[in-house]
Design a binder for this molecule. Structure first.
Ligand code: 5AD
Ligand code: SF4
Length: 455
């Protein structure tokens, strides 16, 4: 038994949040206890992200603070680097940051107890091997940092797409899917524990394939576990949206009517350089089919500005794609060159930083205007909101999301976290809706009513 305390700080995507919950479980099996403050812990882990330069810079800065803390504690502190950066720059970390004791990649967390024992023996410990099979299917995640309402469940890991800009295939390895039974079991346990919303996670979530069970089958089966538990998914790729999947989402009331479809660019030449396997026109077709099959579906996207060789006209194509689709939400980034990627090997990162930034502000500004207009149209509509907690501004107000993933703020009444409320939208900003509570409700109750009263 190892009875030490540990603290994990998590950067990057939801996948990393989910991985931290797996690490919690593996360490707690050994008798170790999670704590919420680095100062109180015997071991500090930093679960890292490599997606863009600034994600890594934040981690380097944080590591400096942990170095000081270790000095203050006269060296009585173990520091470990987990996740995507561990994979990418293990040598640099070990050479430059001599106070780091262990470096562990995303497929090697089962090895943590053994690696910690090596550190106890006075050695540095590294395992950054990537695996073709590891899905941690039998590890029961320990969720120490969530709100008891929304949970993440990893269903597949890795990525085989090799988009030219992306470091993920190098940090997380090949695609592999977790057995469907183990996913459905976990959803059952989450429902028993009172969770009301689950986000199925994967770097390429809709490429899920376990024997004959594809993502459509999994989504259908997931929807049957608990009709009052919402299901979302992140992050999909536009190449894997069969119509059948869209129909399943439309038909099952607890599968949320919100889809993230990363476009990355609106220009065909850029898409080709990025190795994205669709054209602008095919992308528009997909959006049309989604809106036809799932009435009222909201859409979000990821966009990169200033990719290698991007001209002003190509940038305008991204602007016009976004103006045409009118996304409810967009995650927008300036291109950041990553080592080992195809783009880094084949193309020059030739769009000047100021130009990338200016293009980024242009798309952000346009997007904020579109979001505000779309949110204005919500005024007067009724939504079923799952309450996630107290609003940031006031204890008297609660907040939660619509099925379509829009954040709504409203007065508390006698409602609480985890309840479903029917809310009428009264006001908005580009980011949030405000509403009046009509009453407590449920997925079943709300969808019956919607059938009776056409919108
Ligand atoms: N530079 C900027 N953005 C990137 N993304 C991935 N790699 C890079 C990069 N090198 C963005 C993509 C992806 C999202 C998760 O991060 O838009 O969809
Ligand atoms: Fe960051 Fe990508 Fe790794 Fe997630 S998978 S932590 S976004 S590099």
């Amino acid at each position: 038994m190892d009875q030490r305390n540990f603290y994990i700080e998590t950067y990057g995507c939801q996948m990393n949040v989910s991985d931290t919950e797996i690490v919690n479980s593996i360490l707690m099996e050994q008798g170790m206890q999670p704590v919420q403050e680095p100062e109180q812990s015997d071991i500090i882990f930093i679960n890292t992200c490599s997606i863009r330069e600034n994600a890594e810079t934040r981690v380097w800065n944080r590591l400096k603070e942990f170095r000081s803390l270790k000095k203050e504690k006269d060296g009585n502190l173990t520091v470990g680097v987990l996740g995507c950066m561990a994979e990418r720059i293990r040598e640099t970390i070990m050479e430059k940051e001599e106070f780091v004791d262990l470096v562990v990649g995303p497929d090697a967390y089962r090895d943590l107890p053994k690696l910690l024992a090596e550190v106890n023996d006075g050695r540095k410990a590294v395992n950054v091997l990537l695996s073709q099979e590891e899905t941690y299917a039998d590890v029961k995640p320990v969720r120490t940092n969530d709100n008891g309402v929304n949970a993440f469940v990893t269903i597949m890991r890795g990525c085989d797409n090799m988009c030219a800009f992306c470091v993920v295939p190098f940090t997380r390895g090949r695609e592999r899917s977790r057995p469907m039974e183990s996913i459905l079991d976990e959803l059952g346990r989450l429902s028993d524990q009172g969770y009301k919303e689950v986000t199925l996670l994967g770097q390429n979530v809709n490429s899920y394939l376990d024997k004959d069970n594809d993502f459509t089958t999994l989504m259908y089966e997931a929807s049957q576990i608990d009709p009052e538990m919402r299901i979302r998914f992140s992050s999909p790729h536009p190449k894997d949206f069969p119509e059948e999947l869209l129909h399943v989402i439309a038909e099952q009331p607890n599968l949320c009517n919100y889809i993230h479809i990363p476009a990355q660019s609106g220009n065909n030449d850029v898409l080709e350089r990025m190795r994205r396997p669709y054209t602008r026109e095919q992308y528009f077709d997909l959006v049309d089919r989604m809106r036809e099959i799932i009435p009222g579906v909201t859409l979000s996207t990821d966009i990169i500005t200033g990719f290698c060789g991007e001209t002003e006209e190509e940038h305008e194509d991204t602007m016009s794609l976004m103006a045409k689709v009118r996304y409810d939400l967009a995650y927008m980034f300036a291109y950041s060159e990553r080592g080992r990627t195809l783009a880094q090997r084949k193309y020059e990162d030739d769009v000047p930083e100021e130009v990338k930034k200016r293009r980024l502000s242009e798309i952000i500004e346009q997007q904020m205007n579109i979001q505000e207009e779309l949110n204005q149209q919500e005024i007067g509509r009724r939504h079923l909101v799952l309450i996630e907690g107290t609003s940031k501004r006031s204890d008297e107000q609660l907040c939660g999301r619509t099925d379509t993933n829009k954040m709504v703020v409203f007065d508390r009444h006698d409602l609480k976290k985890g309840d479903y409320a029917e809310v009428r939208i009264t006001d908005c900003t580009s980011a949030t809706l405000m509403g009046d509570v009509i009453g407590k409700s449920s997925i079943a109750g709300f969808s019956k009513k919607a059938e009776a009263v056409p919108a």
